[in-house]
Structure formats: structure tokens, C-alpha cells
Design a protein around this ligand. Structure first.
Ligand code: PXL
Length: 275
């Protein structure tokens, strides 16, 4: 592969000093999947495995200028959106995506951290729905996020399908409702995918672990990397699912609280198979 054809992905998200979520998880995941990673940082969080100890949002102009810097020069094959925090940042990011006409956009609708820290202001939910979801090729809510976006409670698989339809109606082309927060889970996690026509269920083994910090970021980053390389959305989602499954199963056991997933795991397993 010539140097100029390397697939390139951009993450527009918050920084996690602990390295398990946010920009750090995204860039590690891009790298592991052979994709050149770039970032536009929207906020700096002070974090370790014990929780979020501070949130410092950047001015929306900082996000706009970072996106412009890479968009006008290096180019972007696919991008993902994580923590955006304020309505102002959401509007600015949406404006830049429209301006560059980027269509391989993965939106992870990050709202709150595991310990309850607010990563998206309540008043920003409306902007996320009206400005950003119409630009999304893939949106990856967990169940609590899907409840907020769809405006309904989710208890059953039937509820999940209804919520997926509502979120699709907001303009996202492919909706992936992740099953990791389901209440009725036994030993399987079911992710539900809806493309406006068909429902598909991806089933994975439930892993009993506290080290799940940054799972959503890592999953959506893996999907973005695969899209950047030219996979179809369904292929990218399936591959992203395998990446996060390996990352959760082979935990690193770091820190005293909710530790990160293992971003090396997927590549190392593949190397073992091929060596
Ligand atoms: O996983 C959601 C998330 C996204 N982005 C940042 C985070 C977190 C969770 O803590 O810190 C920066």
C-alpha cells in the first residue's frame, strides 16, 4: 500500500486522561486496525478508573478549527463523534460535517459516564437529535441513551425495536442499540441493528467484569476504522463487535475501579491465528 492511500479516520470527542475512553480509546483503536487516526478535542476530562473528577469543555471555535485543519489538508475517510458536551459544540460540529460533505459518520451519543458525570448537557439532547442524527450513517446508543433519544422506556426486545424505529426516523441511517445495559440479560448480549428496512441481531457472550470503561467509545471507533478501510456498514459493525468482544474478554485489570478494555486484544488474537 502506498503511503498516500492509508485510510484516515477522525475522532471528534473528549479526552480521557485515564486512556480507556474518549479520544485515547479512539486513536488506539484506529491504530490497532491499521487506520491513521486524527482528533478534534471537544473537552478535557480529568479521569482515572475511579471516576470523572473534572470536565473542561473547549470553546466551540477550537473544535471547528481542529476539524478544518485536518479536513482541508489531510482528508478524512470516516469520522466518529463522541462526547460533545454543549449545544454550541454540537451545532459547530454539524456545520463542519455538512461543509465537507462527509457521509461516513458514526455518532456515539455519549451522555453520562459510568459514575454519573454529565458528558452531554441536558439542554444539548435536542441539538443532538435535530442537528447530528440526520448526518449519521451509524448511531450507537446504549439502552439508556436510546431511551432518551426515542423518548420511551425500554424493557423488552419489542421496545428496543420500537426505539430503533424512532431513532431511525430522526435521520440516522443505521441504528445499533447495544444490549450491554439490558436488565433481562443472562449470558448473552444482543445488539439490535435497524437499517430502516430490516432488523438484525448480533449476539455475543456476556463477560462478567467491572473493566468496561470506554466500551462504547472503542466499539464505535472500531466501526469507524473499518468504514475508513472501505467495509460496508454491516461488515464494519460486525467487525467492531468482534473487536470490542476481544477487548472486554482479555481485560487488562488496571486501576482500582472500572478499568479500561484491552485495545491490543483483537490484533494479538489475529497474530496468534496467523503465526
Ligand atoms: O464512554 C463514554 C465517554 C466518552 N468520552 C469521554 C469519556 C467517557 C466516559 O467516561 O470520559 C471523554
Amino acid at each position: 500500500m502506498s503511503v498516500t492511500s492509508v485510510p484516515r479516520a477522525l475522532t471528534i470527542a473528549g479526552s480521557d486522561s485515564g486512556g480507556g475512553a474518549g479520544i485515547q480509546a479512539d486513536l488506539k483503536t484506529f491504530q490497532e486496525l491499521d487506520v491513521y487516526g486524527m482528533s478534534a478535542i471537544t473537552a478535557v476530562t480529568v479521569q482515572n478508573t475511579l471516576g470523572v473528577h473534572g470536565v473542561y469543555p473547549l470553546p466551540s471555535s477550537a473544535a471547528a478549527e481542529q476539524i478544518e485543519a485536518v479536513g482541508s489538508d489531510i482528508g478524512v475517510n470516516a469520522l466518529k463523534i463522541g462526547m460533545l458536551f454543549s449545544p454550541d459544540i454540537i451545532r459547530t460540529v454539524a456545520e463542519q460535517i455538512r461543509r465537507y460533505d462527509w457521509d461516513q459518520v458514526v455518532v456515539d451519543p455519549v451522555m453520562i459516564a459510568k459514575g454519573g458525570a454529565e458528558l452531554l448537557r441536558t439542554e444539548a439532547v435536542q441539538a443532538l437529535k435535530s442537528e447530528l442524527l440526520p448526518l449519521a450513517l451509524v448511531v450507537t446508543p446504549n439502552i439508556p441513551e436510546a431511551e432518551v433519544l426515542a423518548g420511551m422506556n425500554i424493557r423488552s426486545m419489542q421496545d428496543r425495536r420500537e426505539a430503533a424505529r424512532c431513532i431511525h426516523d430522526l435521520g440516522a441511517k443505521i441504528v445499533v442499540i447495544k444490549g450491554g445495559h439490558a436488565m433481562d440479560m443472562e449470558d448473552e448480549v444482543i445488539d439490535l441493528i435497524y437499517d430502516g428496512t430490516m432488523f438484525t441481531e448480533l449476539t455475543g457472550k456476556w463477560v462478567k467484569t467491572v473493566h468496561t470503561h470506554g466500551t462504547g467509545c472503542t466499539f464505535s471507533a472500531a466501526i469507524t476504522a473499518e468504514l475508513a478501510k472501505g467495509m460496508s456498514p454491516m461488515e464494519a459493525i460486525t467487525s467492531g463487535r468482534a473487536f470490542i468482544q476481544a477487548a472486554i474478554e482479555d481485560g487488562l485489570n488496571l486501576g482500582q475501579g472500572h478499568g479500561p478494555t484491552n485495545h491490543f486484544a483483537y490484533r494479538r488474537r489475529h497474530q496468534e491465528v496467523h503465526s
